[in-house]
Design a protein around this ligand. Structure first.
Ligand code: HEC
Length: 176
């Protein structure tokens, strides 16, 4: 009986934690309704691109900025002033009706979107596009194929020689 009660408690905890965890799906809807007119995650629009914003500022700072950025600018918050000046002093409207969890959802969505963005300089990015004539390992690549076949022939000869080396030695001894 005791075991079962513990089991049920654990299940409940799991369910509750997923319900309260920051949810990128809610964040996406909020972002599109309230932020997308000025912000894109990976591109500058009226407002700055928001990718990596959670690394530029602490979470509490972002939450208070989204709720009331001008209040922060006027109170002389250094980071807020800097962002304000960097963006031609365009005023970001306040969102006092969003609660902390909704803003965390939006941040989770931003993080999700930022990591989905195609990385231009990924080492494995489309070799055919960068070097259209690159044809590794096809029979149409004649010089490569000839070198390849020759390498295999040399290796077979070497192998046969190594396997038979004992009998060669014997021959040499017998001849003496
Ligand atoms: C009317 C346009 C507009 C809307 C809508 C808007 N923003 Fe902004 N946002 C800006 C501008 C402009 C800035 C630059 C800072 C400033 O001028 O105060 C900014 C700055 C920011 C910053 C600081 C970015 C940085 O790089 O430091 C964050 C975070 C931010 N916005 C989040 C949001 C979120 C979240 C929403 C939606 C709830 C939103 N914004 C809606 C215009 C907007």
């Amino acid at each position: 009986m005791k075991c079962r009660r513990i089991f049920i408690t654990v299940i409940w905890c799991c369910l509750l934690s997923t319900a309260f965890a920051a949810d990128p799906k809610d964040g996406k809807m909020l972002f599109q309704a309230r932020c997308a007119s000025c912000h894109n995650v990976n591109q500058k629009l009226t407002g700055p691109a928001l990718a990596g914003v959670d690394e530029r500022h602490p979470e509490a700072w972002i939450i208070s900025f989204v709720k009331g950025s001008q209040a922060m600018v006027k109170s002389g918050d250094k980071a807020a002033l800097e962002v304000f000046n960097q963006n031609a002093q365009i005023v970001m409207p306040d969102h006092p009706d969003l609660n902390d969890d909704q803003i965390r959802d939006i941040l989770a969505y931003i993080k999700d979107e930022a990591s989905n963005a195609p990385k231009e300089e990924a080492p494995f990015s489309r070799p055919g596009e960068k070097q259209p004539n690159l044809m590794p390992l096809t029979i149409y690549n004649m010089p490569f194929m000839i070198a390849y076949v020759m390498l295999i022939v040399v290796m077979i000869i070497l192998l046969v020689f190594l396997v038979n080396i004992k009998s060669y030695e014997k021959h040499v001894k017998d001849d003496k």
